[in-house]
Design a protein around this ligand. Sequence first.
Ligand code: ZN
Length: 344
Amino acid sequence: MTTNTLLPTSTAGSLPKPSWLAEPEMLWSPWKLSGDELVIGKQDALRVALQEQQLAGIDIVSDGEQTRQHFVTTFIEHLEGVDFEERRTVKIRDRYDASVPRVVGPVKRPLSVFVEDARFLRAQTHRQIKWALPGPMTMVDTLYDDHYRNREALAFEFAGIINQEARELEAAGVDIIQLDEPAFNVFFDEVNDWGIDCMNKAIEGLACETVVHVCYGYGIKANTDWKKTLGSEWRQYEAVFPKLQQSNIDIISLECHNSRVPMGLLELVRGKKVMVGAIDVANESIETPDEVAATLREALQYVDADKLYPSTNCGMAPLSRQVARGKMNALRAGAEIVREELAA
Ligand code: ZN
């Protein structure tokens, strides 16, 4: 399935969960249901998330990550070789301490993780669907490795596991597979040494389109505090764009609106499709369609119109449902303004 719409809109990932499913406006929010009720509750939440996207006029829809507690942890919970009981504290993305699970043996994926959820979503909509998975480097960064004791070796193991899952998601009807790699914005040397090869391995053999999402993180305090230290120009992308441009990935998903990323850096990935973040997820105020349009127009100086995908900077799980809905409406309305300009 492909879309013929110019400037097709999508969100980067998660959407808020209904308050009957999980505590709203927080990450790692505990489930309020259990057993069969939880299974059905997650499916109902997925239906609602889809409905909200479709009502807002989002072209490429997702599950809004309604079936996962966290974009990395939930995937890892389904793997063998990881101990969630005896945890260790590590510094995540060189930024904040967190108590994390421990790799204690060879990592394996005994069963598919999200394939049933993807089939469920596929059955509900004719629109293109995008499915996000954690990228290998970001997975490594959220664990304490007591087995491989080598970030590269563990990342390549994860790339193989992600590839198995991605192939099954594709077979279930997913049109676009996304790898979330916020760690690409921190570990530049690793990205350039082995991170891109590792990403290529994760998407090997896929016929569907692929995205790598490289952002500055959710709008949580640890991230907004970090952003304050980055100065007036955020040039992190510059360190990895040349290699990303040469990689096998089809689409690069980036944070742009309200961030201090110089838009001219997009020149370095010329030729790739770009999901341009035109919605700030670290801010409750809803963008106007004109603000969205202004961000897209600026991006159009460096990205061909047929390669520009308006999106959000990151996931919206920590926001209220009302704010997320308003932001999706603004995204669609802003894209419409620019579509009309391009048609004129
Ligand atoms: Zn993100």
